[in-house]
Design a protein around this ligand. Structure first.
Ligand SMILES: [Fe+2]
Ligand SMILES: [Fe+2]
Length: 309
């Protein structure tokens, strides 16, 4: 008999407790204000009568700015994410402690990135604020808000995806200060990924067929949490063309290593729907391989046409 949601929460609580302790032992305290070059700041126009933002205030490449905006808006939607995971995981016991701790750590990311962008005049602050308002008002809804294993599988992949995206965005800025800040954020995302990955590993031990089904469903329908940002398609394309986050990285640096950690390809404990889910997953990974290769070819051809390589 498959375990219901309540049984899964109860059975997995010891895994949450162990990994919460592990997380707290490894997580380093850090301070957003130390990462921001405050002395570069100048008062803006409006109430205080400073200088209006102008496009040539920003020294960052266009695509780095786009990626920073997408990453920041994604971080900004934290109240919605908190709502989703607190509703599903609950706010009691080890689950609740994790939910609150995770939320507090994520809160730092938006603070630090926004401070950096505002002080360095890297983006238009009016446009950024309007984009934040629009994005947060549309909210975020978990596609699997009544299925905790699906949600854990999703966040395991998503934390790793944001890690890679932050890190590569840092490199794309060409600014060592931004790079240092985003590497710090990426290190947090990596610890979050490890927490959720270990939790789902516990679920594989407890209920392998259910865990396998959850993973396959999530991989097949994966969308970044910022997918409802205005103009996301266009932004995601330029981010992919710049190699900050593309299908190849998604497949080879996010999905594949996590799947390997769960030993999905060599497990001997799958039956029935679990076995079917693994076959579907294998087919999906093949499709992704073809799509990633096709994108890389088109990107190369585009670079040649533009004389970039
Ligand atoms: Fe974050
Ligand atoms: Fe995170």
């Amino acid at each position: 008999m498959p375990l219901d949601q309540t049984a899964l929460l109860i059975e997995l609580e010891p895994v949450v407790a162990t990994n919460l302790d592990r997380h707290l032992a490894l997580a380093k305290e850090w301070f957003p204000h130390e990462y921001v070059p405050w002395s570069e700041g100048r008062t803006f126009d409006g109430l205080l009568g400073g200088e209006q933002w102008r496009p040539d205030d920003s020294k960052l490449p266009d695509v780095a700015r786009t990626a920073l905006i997408v990453n920041l808006l994604t971080e900004d939607n934290l109240p919605s994410y908190h709502h989703e995971i607190a509703s599903l995981f609950g706010r009691d016991g080890a689950w609740g402690t994790w939910v609150h701790r995770w939320t507090a750590e994520e809160g730092r990311h938006g603070i630090a990135i926004r401070d950096y962008l505002t002080v360095t005049r890297a983006v238009d602050p009016v446009e950024l604020e309007r984009a934040r308002m629009a994005h947060m008002q549309s909210g975020y809804v978990n596609d699997h808000n009544d299925e905790m294993l699906h949600t854990v599988a999703y966040v395991a992949f998503q934390e790793l995806a944001t890690r890679i995206s932050h890190r590569n965005t840092g490199r794309a800025t060409g600014d060592p200060i931004a790079e240092q800040l985003l590497a710090r954020v990426a290190a947090d995302e990596n610890l979050h990924m490890v927490f959720y990955r270990n939790l789902l590993a516990g679920a594989f031990e407890l209920a392998p067929d259910q865990a396998m089904r959850a993973v396959t469903d999530v991989v097949a329908a994966f969308e970044m949490p910022g997918a409802n940002i205005e103009g996301f398609g266009r932004k995601a394309l330029s981010i992919a063309l710049a190699g900050i986050y593309d299908l190849r990285q998604h497949r080879d640096e996010v999905l594949s290593p996590v799947l390997r950690q769960w030993d999905v390809w060599d497990r001997t404990d799958l039956r029935g729907d679990g076995e079917r889910a693994r076959e579907e997953l294998a087919a999906h990974m093949e499709t992704l391989e073809t799509q990633a290769a096709r994108f890389e070819e088109r990107r190369e051809a585009r670079k040649k046409r533009r004389g970039e390589s």
